[in-house]
Design a protein around this ligand. Sequence first.
Ligand SMILES: Nc1ncnc2c1ncn2[C@@H]1O[C@H](COP(=O)(O)OP(=O)(O)OP(=O)(O)O)[C@@H](O)[C@H]1O
Length: 906
Amino acid sequence: MNLRGPIVSVGEARTVSTSYGERDCREVRVRPDRGAGEPVDVTLWGKWTETAEHAETGMELLVTETEEDEYRGEVGYATTDESWVVLEPDFLVDVTGIRSWVQCPRMYYLNKLSGIPLNYPVVKGTIVHEVFGDLLRGVDLEASIADRVDEAGLELGLLGYEREEVEDEVRRNAAAVEGWLAQGTLSDEDTWRSEFTLISPTFGLKGRADALRRGTPVELKTGKNTKREPRFHDKVQAACYALMLDERGVDPDIGTLLYTKNTALDRNEESGDLAPAKEFTVGRGFLEFVVRERNALAAMEWRALNDPGERPTVPTGYEADATCSYCFEQDACMVVSGRLDQESKAGQIGTPVPDEERDYFDRFYTAIEEERRETHAEYRKLWEQTPEERAADDRALIGLEPAGQTEIDDARWELRARKPGDAVSKLREGDVALASDGDPVSGHAELGRIVELGGDEVVVEADEPVELRRLDVYPSEISVDRSLTALHDAVLKGNEARKDVLFGRREPAFRDPADRSTGSPGPADPDAPEAYIDNNDAQNEAVELAVDAEDCALIHGPPGTGKTYTIARTIRALVAEGNRVLLSAFTNRAVDNALEALRDQGFDDVLRVGTETGVRDDMRDVRLVQRGDPNAKAAELRDAPVVAATTAACGSRVLRECEFDVALVDEASQLTEPGTHAAINRADRFVLVGDHEQLPPVVRAENDLSTSLFERLIDAYPEASVMLDRQYRMSQRIQAFASAEFYDGALRPATPEVAGQTLADLGVDPDALAPELTGGVGFVDPAGERDGNRNVREAERVAAVVDAYVAAGVDPDDIGVIAPFRAQVAEIGRRTDVTVDTVDRFQGSSKEVIVVSLVATGDLDGPIFEDHRRVNVALTRAKKQLTIVGDADALGFDPFYARLLEWARR
Ligand SMILES: Nc1ncnc2c1ncn2[C@@H]1O[C@H](COP(=O)(O)OP(=O)(O)OP(=O)(O)O)[C@@H](O)[C@H]1O
């Protein structure tokens, strides 16, 4: 029987005489059934007492295959020979994390903080792994090498490598592996699979095995090992995969390590075992050791968040016994110790950061780790929720019917499936998702990219074929990982002058406008135009502030006030002064919009960094293709005066290598502080553009991450900011409520035409419509019942309203519908062809006519109601007509919504 629940208390270690001799044991009291049951004791025997040493009250404990025993008259439980003891099973440790933890726990933390930088061994290792995968899929060695080296062109170029030398080296690494595969090892009985994504609910592990051979794990190592045995930490890694396979009912008794630099052809080697493949027996004792190490790691991570006594950052004092001077990470280790003022075995370099920076580091480190827990909770839903629950939660498309698997280029597969017509989810084209045969955890699952997601069909590209029956949102830790790295770079490696401003020790500085270069508006050049923008004072002031900023400038842009237009003008002005600019934003859409504005203003010398699916079609021509000649690719990136990428991409190892004079970040109010650092770390100065009265950062945990750096700085340094106050979108009547509620009444229409626009301008006769559907703003009360996150009657009414506008002559493309919940979006979507979406997806866009479905009855419960900023977004998308559909009685109870109602019905 399995026992699982929070630990109530941990007993003392004891040694008792048993029929097997002296044995150690330790009791742990848990509340089974995840805390629902009455506390029981479970005795951990033998080496599991080591795990008990790490256990603390409050941690979750799982003990499998226990037996009942009676001790001092009380029924308890005890471990058996088959038992596994797992601490904090919900904390999913990555296999590579365990590997470095076993090498040195401190290294595990350093890897988290400094990320994987761009260096040759890493890039070469990736290429060799890809070639290995290709070989397994039957691709010719030379063709694969040429292709994979070409694919890595940009990275190799940034590192200063030529194609031929890399091809040679990869060939030397891959040849032995190919030889080994060819030596009859690859017989008919050999069943191979490359790249296998594994998640383990029992052991709290996740990772991607390089390959499986007859169901046993094979790990590829780009290096040499002339000993008979695989290296210890390499075995640990393979053993983790063996454990995860074990959980699926496969019982792998061996693990294989392939050392790519071991080659029997290498005559220079005096002695040693030069065969690339080294097998080892995966014994029970070794697997238990791996689980105990994982438990120690999970316990340390738990204490960092839950034990107030423990400094919640990078612990020291747990370094491995090995000699630090042999460690690759020694320098990084010493710098972190020096900056955080920690005693550590390796020693310290540098001076400690001031207290306020240390506090900031600790606070954000903790906040990011909390966010990681929330991400793990998302993984958990993969096995805790039924497929139906996951579908209802919009996290999966289920009930897909496989409609074909075709092998396409690069030995990849195209998977097709028919999808039930009304299925909706968060999944979008371009997303990486978990494609499975129906069971993503214990069945066959592959990570794949969604290339098409139409009304009744879905197409996914993956490395291996899968019977596509279900597609799940795959929670990614990339964003938390990159946040930690950005935090590390900003605080421990960041420039002091920048930190003086970030930590309130100095006001941001601005240069004298007289110092602007010739050709720029201002006192320096009487022949230059008078202003950067001559028809909008606030916009002009914003450009001035940005070009004169010696530290930072903040541009506050309420809806429709020309943020994008101003950004484009600012970038041109910055480039004219000789600056290299990084243009970034939270979403791909905003990056492409800003580029479009820049190109509309006649500036084309831009480079867009992003994935093929992420970048909009009309920006493909300026997209940086990573594949190609290394030198040419590196030059393309290094020489571009303007590079544009999402803030997430700014944390990538390629962009972390780049430097800029100015980083301009749009949608900055939607970014966490570390998310903003990821972009601004790359530049000497920065300009943030956003509106903290619209959507806040997208985070799961509630902590310091939910306030943006933009908002914090605008409060701290109002004089470093400008608010754009003329809007080019909404009629006077529509903008009135938002202006009064969110912008102190300062928001005005930019021109009389903007202010006075009406439905009649669309050629519609207002008399053909019911009075509540005209007049700029209207309110409709269908009095339906909310059922979960939908209200069918309201959905029907919304569709009828849309039909009425279409009948009156409004082009369906000019109409948009906004609803707070995806369920309601789907409900309405079934009844109309116009664009229907959630608030979050509508931010940044607009339509002539907007219908908002509030789905409010009884209690005002839901994301749109809790956060007035979302309401602000919903109400400021319409240009000529905004029609709100909702329950007037429910809204009347809340003062804010009562004012809204009064305005809408006026
Ligand atoms: N100074 C200006 N003169 C003339 N037109 C302008 C000016 N500034 C902005 N516009 C126009 O106003 C419209 C809205 O501008 P823009 O798209 O830059 O707004 P935004 O603030 O980025 O919008 P959102 O709130 O959706 O982010 C565009 O059509 C743009 O060309």
